[in-house]
Design a binder for this molecule. Sequence first.
Ligand SMILES: [Zn+2]
Length: 212
Amino acid sequence: MTSNYLTLVMMTCQGILLVTGARIRSVSELPSWYPGTETKPAPMPLLRVQGFVNTRDVEDGTDLLSDAVTARNWLIDAGLLNETAELTDSDIERARDVREAIRSLIEAGPSHRVGPLRDLAGAHRTRLRVADDGTVELENARHDGLGDGLFELLLIIHRAQQEGTWTRLKVCGNPDCQWAFFDRSRNQQGSWCNMAMCGNRLKNRELRARRR
Ligand SMILES: [Zn+2]
């Protein structure tokens, strides 16, 4: 997803505004920490997992978790790190590792990398919380370091898997893109973050290859 594309989306959405107000709301109401704009946002709290995966823009070659200052600002903004918590280079490296493991989990291909997620699950504890409405929920037992924030993402994935929304979170089928998007289509057959940018481009490429 390139920045040119983002501009295009904004313009497109302004055009759509006249037709359907709901569409523009889903874009403009994105929290400040979401990387760029998004036409296919997941509902909260799954949006936090989607935003985390999209901190790396494969097509642009940019990464919000590449240097310590940018990573720290983003992680605090996204509620994954306390302002007073320490953040070492190895913490950031672990965050990137967890991020790519989550991306591979979303892709649901044969190359699952569950190792970093297992390590995370093994090092943290949950506790039960009874909400005001009587709902019994699993919650993170600690909110200190980065590991706790990353574990929070694992709890969100757990809940989405129980609720059945997890399978709607997908990674774009264009290998040069790999942007995470939420597939709201009824038949859940969506393959692209954006049909015009990635779907058609890849289809044209396949067509050219067949003609050769
Ligand atoms: Zn894409």
